[in-house]
Design a protein around this ligand. Structure first.
Ligand SMILES: NC(=O)c1ccc[n+]([C@@H]2O[C@H](COP(=O)([O-])OP(=O)(O)OC[C@H]3O[C@@H](n4cnc5c(N)ncnc54)[C@H](OP(=O)(O)O)[C@@H]3O)[C@@H](O)[C@H]2O)c1
Length: 191
């Protein structure tokens, strides 16, 4: 739960991170039966994993600490059949995926000059999604763009989990353009 709505004294919990993931991804592709490689098994990865599985994708989770990847995959397997996991040592196999998602903190300070995904595994057919939103274009996204891949910066996830929260709190459609501009100014991003 990342959103608690007070409905006449009755508190209801929601999660909107999954919408922050699938809304920008679905602007580029239908997720049904797509192969998704998710790097990371922490809090951000959890919402992302739920979102893509809910849309019918096939998910493989890669994490430095294999036990955490296994625990997340085991938990998701209770409700979804298309879930697998592996260690970061098997990262080379991710070029078989359609969509590659970084949900680790690698790419943001103090790791701005690092990426867990070797550039030569990325092709023009990939969609590369980075949950990291500062800097706007991480090393991973810069390298992916140079390989001709479609890129989705973490700002999009932050924006769309926020627009979903706005609607839950107020009952009206969120002012998407104003919110995007506010985030860019607040984090001093350079799109
Ligand atoms: N755009 C958005 O709306 C949004 C929303 C939430 C989070 N985020 C971003 O997503 C990132 C992850 O956040 P989180 O809340 O999921 O953090 P978290 O729960 O602490 O998880 C961190 C993840 O990063 C991995 N990791 C950390 N250092 C690593 C290293 N040196 N090498 C390899 N893997 C490493 C961890 O692997 P281990 O399990 O092995 O430690 C774990 O999978 C952050 O940059 C955060 O700002 C963005």
């Amino acid at each position: 739960v990342n959103t608690v709505v007070n409905d006449d004294g009755y508190l209801k919990g929601y999660n909107t991170d999954w919408l922050g993931t699938v809304t920008p991804l679905e602007k580029h592709t239908n997720l049904k039966d797509k192969k998704i490689a998710l790097i990371g098994a922490g809090g951000a990865a959890r919402g992302i994993a739920f979102g893509v599985l809910e849309k019918g994708a096939h998910l493989k989770i890669y994490n430095r600490t294999i036990e955490k990847a296994k625990n997340l995959a085991d938990e998701l397997s209770k409700n979804y059949i298309n879930v697998d996991f592996a260690s970061l040592d098997q990262i080379d196999e991710i070029n078989a995926a359609n969509i590659i998602i970084n949900a680790t903190s690698i790419g943001m300070a103090p790791y701005e000059d690092k990426s867990l995904i070797p550039k030569d595994l990325i092709t023009a057919d990939h969609i590369i999604f980075d949950a990291v939103y500062t800097p706007y274009k991480t090393k991973l996204l810069t390298e992916a763009e140079s390989q001709g891949a479609t890129i989705i910066p973490g700002l999009e996830m932050l924006l769309y989990q926020g627009t979903a929260q706005f609607s839950l709190y107020t009952g009206v459609k969120a002012p998407e353009d104003i919110m995007r501009q506010s985030l860019i100014e607040h984090f001093n991003l350079k799109p």
